[in-house]
Write a protein that binds this ligand. Structure first.
Ligand code: GLY
Length: 372
């Protein structure tokens, strides 16, 4: 078991990582359930998968504690992060009589967490919520740090708010039902922490990543706890990404976002897979600039390939050139008027924000990678 504090002034919260914690939710989340009972149900939001797998157990536990859950269930997938679903969710919360002191429970992956977090940021100008992440990606990344959002026709996550959860309960056991491909995609974000800021963690993942992917309990908990501890530290230092600290968490994301856009944000390339390949490209581009040893860029690519994640751009079979990938990058929400910050590496475990990157050079680099 690990308990990690997110030390935000005035709004500190705890991330509890514990096998089986979802099975004792009524006790673990007791401070956030105190306003319910006596005819007031606890609002839970899930997708059809997490509802099918976990709702009955949660209903039983709450009943034993004299409480009842009321469920709002969305279809799995990014489509749930829409204005239409947000409106229905907010109306549902208002109809339930949710107050600013109440907490809404988000049971699912990043989609459910982002949607619920944003609804809770705006309902009555802000009510509480508890994150119960059920994918590795949500456990190590999206459930911690308070980034909440929906998608619009103009792009992903362009409408949102910073709204921190009151608590995050991470149960590694729930990953037993996670499809293999999603497990690997989440693991890309674990590797990201090693590459961006912890060379020893990266080396440990090189040696033990197979145990994490096999969901061996000790290795899995260590990987989640190390990742969350780094994220908590970075979020506490730069909650709103106004310094160059939180931006480090975007390692692999600028290249990755362009690849997701080129593949239509579809199942052809999951977010974590795009980030994985994006990190390989960031490492190779850093080597091209002479800032990272070529051997270290190769180590990053090897660790990513060893996890069954995409590590070669030409392997995607894209019918595009470097310039069109750069065009996608210009729509990234981190893009500024004339430039785009790139997360690059000075060493394994040493990411930094480069603001002097020439987009023409990026296009030429990508052309070479597409042809390699
Ligand atoms: N996923 C990046 C962040 O939370 O800042």
């Amino acid at each position: 078991m690990a308990v990690i504090a997110v030390a935000l002034a005035g709004r500190p919260y705890r991330v509890v990582i514990e096998e089986g914690v979802l099975g004792r939710l009524a006790e673990a989340a007791a401070p956030f359930l105190s306003g319910y009972g006596a005819g007031r149900p606890v609002p839970f939001v899930a997708d059809t998968n997490t509802h099918r797998i976990f709702a009955a157990g949660i209903d039983t536990q709450l009943a034993a504690a004299g409480l009842a859950a009321e469920w709002f269930v969305v279809a799995p997938g990014e489509d749930a992060k829409s204005w239409a679903v947000l409106e229905k969710l907010c109306d549902w919360l208002l109809a339930l009589g949710v107050t600013r002191k109440d907490h809404v429970f988000a049971l699912g992956g990043g989609v459910v967490g982002d949607l619920v977090g944003f609804a809770c940021a705006v309902v009555k100008r802000g009510c509480g919520f508890v994150q119960l992440p059920t994918t590795l990606l949500a456990q190590v990344d999206s459930s911690v740090g308070g980034k909440t959002a929906i998608n619009t026709a103009a792009g992903k996550n362009l409408i949102g708010a910073f709204h921190q959860p009151a608590q995050v309960l991470i149960d590694p056991l729930v990953l037993a039902s996670l499809p293999e491909r999603e497990m690997r995609a989440g693991y890309a974000e674990v590797l990201k922490y090693g590459l961006l800021g912890d060379a020893a963690f990266f080396a440990w993942l090189e040696a033990s990543g197979n145990k994490v992917l096999a969901r061996e309990p000790q290795a899995l908990e260590q990987a989640i706890a190390t990742s969350v501890a780094m994220k908590a530290r970075i979020v506490a230092e730069d909650e709103r990404e106004t310094e160059d600290r939180r931006a480090l968490l975007n390692l692999g994301h600028t290249f990755g976002h362009a690849l997701e856009a080129e593949t239509g944000f579809s199942d052809r390339l999951l977010h974590g897979e795009a980030v994985a390949l994006g990190m390989v490209l960031a490492a190779r581009y850093s080597a091209r600039r002479g800032e990272l040893a070529v051997a270290d860029a190769a180590r990053a690519a090897t660790a990513i390939a060893a996890a069954g994640l995409p590590s070669e751009l030409r392997g995607l079979g894209l019918a595009c050139d470097g310039a069109s990938l750069v065009e996608h990058m210009r729509h990234d929400k981190k893009a500024e008027a004339t430039t785009l910050p790139f997360l690059l590496l000075r060493g394994l475990g040493e990411a930094y924000v480069a603001r002097d990157v020439d987009l023409g050079d990026i296009a030429a680099f990508l052309d070479a990678e597409l042809a390699a």
